[in-house]
Design a protein around this ligand. Structure first.
Ligand code: ADP
Length: 615
């Protein structure tokens, strides 16, 4: 693969070291060369000069000894003197030969030639001296031979001086060379250091700069900027890394786009659903700040959705009942259906529309509260139908009530006065007719009451009353009935008065109806308990029995009209008692609900607003 072609980072670093190493080798080589040069200058030359000096000095010594032996020959009393002369001649010649073999300076040649020539003359003079008679020998020595001796000696001394000067010169040269070597080595070393430093800087910058750029790029990618395109300048590992980062950012971008696309699609989908729903939808977060409003709700409340996002619910939906229900739902983390039951009126132009609303909590995956969804449903038409129906029922019941009363009275008269003229069978028929008429009248009365309440014609005479009193009075009137059915009927009320804002007669009717139901749906030996308590702003009155209970599927329906759980016990009831109760409680701005476990019993509770007791 082309991978092999890449110039790797490692060779780059190694080549960097290589350059520095190369410079080091040059500097060291130069220093060694200089040292060697120095050695050569101070050793070899000095040695050669030294040899010449030694030869010159030995020549001087030899010729001096020869001169002495000549003097001894002149004295004539030592026969070995000539021998001494000859021995020293050999020494002289030997040193002269050595000096001739060791010529290091050009001038030496001429001096040595002179020495040789003069010395030959000296030897010839000695031969002459020996052949002369003693009387002539002495003057010959003084006049001829001694000057030659002096000449040879001075020439040898000149040779020595010449070499000594050369030595001094060599020493000066060596010193000079040493200084030059120190200077040039220092210069070269400095140059090498500078070059090495520059090269290292360039190399480290070359490696570090792209790494820094890449670090900045990865930071940008981490922050969500995927448009990072690093210029791939080299083909080494750093270049490869830059390429990989580019590739990664592109993949991340694509992945992100895909994800964002999916999220947007899902969001648009759910937004389209919310938009197309023909109910008003308002979504708020856990702080009651609006997060979404569908077009229907926007029109309903006369608002622009984009402008109300982030606004507090209270500023947009000015309906106390809704705001309170939302507050309660956010606090309890659960729907509060009893608060959503009352419809709300929303003005639309010159008329008012009736809306029911439901508040549903929105929870996260871990059950945390995210907010609530409020759905407003237009029930104006249903309310209108309901009103028309109530009016019809009211009129019909009203019209039926008078003739029914007449029929009832006639039957009773017949039973009292014509009984003796009738057969047993006919009397039985009359009794049944009386019973049916009574039930029909009860139904008609209930219907009339209900329709009156529903159409707002039954006015509530609301005043502060002691709910404990109401409970105890109702329980007292039903004690006989309970005793007949062998059911314990008890109260559990505070000793002090609990004041509620209520119509005493109608609220007593509600309680009578609830206890009546409990008596009907509880077996002999059972127990019914009536409780009154105050919590917050409400007075709670409850009737608890351990009777048959209510199947779950019926629990939400039993407050509807004519809704009865089919059983033998229900026979005789109208199925209107709980509907009337609910209407009465609602007219008090209270709520009524049931909690029941089939087979174990039921608990009916209703509330009326509490009245702060005067102290
Ligand atoms: P009814 O005249 O039939 O009692 P209600 O409206 O008072 O009409 O009650 C409706 C239905 O609710 C009853 O038919 C009965 O099935 C059920 N119900 C009411 N109270 C109780 C109770 N305490 N225990 C069991 N079921 C009850």
């Amino acid at each position: 693969m082309h991978y092999r072609r890449y110039l790797k980072l490692k060779p780059q670093i190694l080549s960097g070291y290589g350059v520095v190493l190369f410079l080091l080798v040059i500097v060291v080589g130069w220093a060694v060369y200089n040292l060697a040069e120095l050695g050569r200058a101070s050793n070899e030359i000095l040695q050669d000069n030294y040899r010449s000096i030694l030869a010159a000095e030995n020549m001087v010594a030899a010729i001096e000894r020869q001169d002495s032996s000549v003097l001894v020959v002149l004295l004539g009393n030592d026969p070995t003197a000539a021998e001494t002369f000859t021995r020293n001649e050999l020494t002289f010649v030997s040193w002269l030969g050595r000096a001739q073999d060791n010529i290091t300076i050009a001038d030496e040649v001429a001096i040595l030639e002179q020495i040789e020539a003069t010395y030959l003359r000296y030897l010839a003079a000695f031969d002459t001296l020996q052949s002369l008679p003693p009387a002539e020998a002495q003057p010959f020595y003084v006049e001829t031979m001694f000057p030659i001796f002096e000449q040879v000696r001075s020439q040898a001394v000149a040779l020595r001086d010449l070499n000594q000067e050369a030595m001094v010169e060599a020493s000066a040269y060596a010193q000079n060379t040493a200084q030059e070597a120190i200077l040039s080595t220092a210069l070269l070393g400095g140059l090498a250091c500078a070059l090495g430093g520059i090269f290292s800087l360039i190399l480290s910058d070359r490696i570090a700069r792209p790494l820094k750029i890449m670090a900045a790029a990865t930071e940008r990618i981490a922050a969500g900027d995927y448009d990072v395109a690093l210029a791939v300048q080299s083909q080494d590992e750093v270049g490869q890394l830059a390429g990989k980062i580019n590739e990664m950012s592109q993949k991340l971008k694509a992945f992100h786009a895909l994800n964002v696309g999916q999220v947007i699609a899902a969001k648009q989908h759910s937004e389209a659903i919310i938009r197309s729903i023909n109910d008003g939808i308002v979504v708020v977060n856990e702080a009651s700040l609006i997060t979404a409003v569908n077009p229907y709700a926007a029109q309903l409340f006369g608002i622009v959705p984009e402008q109300v996002i982030g606004e507090h619910l209270l500023n947009v939906v000015r309906l106390t009942a809704v705001v309170e229900s939302v507050k309660a739902t956010l606090e309890c983390h659960a729907p509060t259906p009893e608060l959503d039951e009352l419809p709300v009126e929303i003005p639309q132009g010159d008329h008012k529309l009736i809306y029911s609303f439901t508040v549903t909590p929105v929870t996260g995956d871990e059950g945390q509260m995210l907010g609530v969804v409020i759905v407003f449903q237009d029930i104006t038409k249903f309310q209108e139908l309901d009103r028309l129906k109530s009016e019809f029922v009211m009129t019909a019941s009203h019209e039926l009530r008078t003739p029914l009363t007449g029929i009832g009275m006639s039957i009773n008269l017949l039973r009292e006065h014509a009984a003796s003229k009738l057969s047993a069978r006919e009397r039985e028929l009359l009794d049944t007719a009386a019973e049916d008429t009574a039930r029909l009248r009860a139904l008609v009365n209930d219907l009339l009451d209900l329709s009156k309440i529903e159409s707002g014609q039954l006015t509530m005479d609301i005043a502060p009353i002691n709910m404990v009193d109401v409970a105890e009075r109702v329980v007292a009137t039903l004690q006989t009935q309970a005793a007949e059915k062998q059911i314990t009927l008890a109260t559990d009320c505070p000793a002090t008065a609990v004041l509620g804002a209520a119509d005493g007669v109608k609220i007593a009717w509600v309680l009578t109806n609830l206890i009546g139901n409990a008596l009907r749906y509880t077996d002999a030996g059972g127990r019914i308990e009536v409780r009154v308590a105050e919590h917050g702003q409400q007075v709670y009155t409850s009737v608890k029995d351990d009777g048959v209970g209510i199947p779950y599927e019926f629990q939400s329906k039993i407050f509807d009209k004519f809704m009865q759980v089919k059983s033998e016990r229900a026979v005789g009831g109208t199925g209107l008692g709980l509907s009337i109760s609910r209407e009465i409680v609602r007219a008090h701005r209270g709520t009524i609900w049931v909690e029941s476990v089939p087979g174990e019993g039921s608990l009916f509770t209703f509330t009326v607003p509490a009245v702060a007791s005067e102290t």
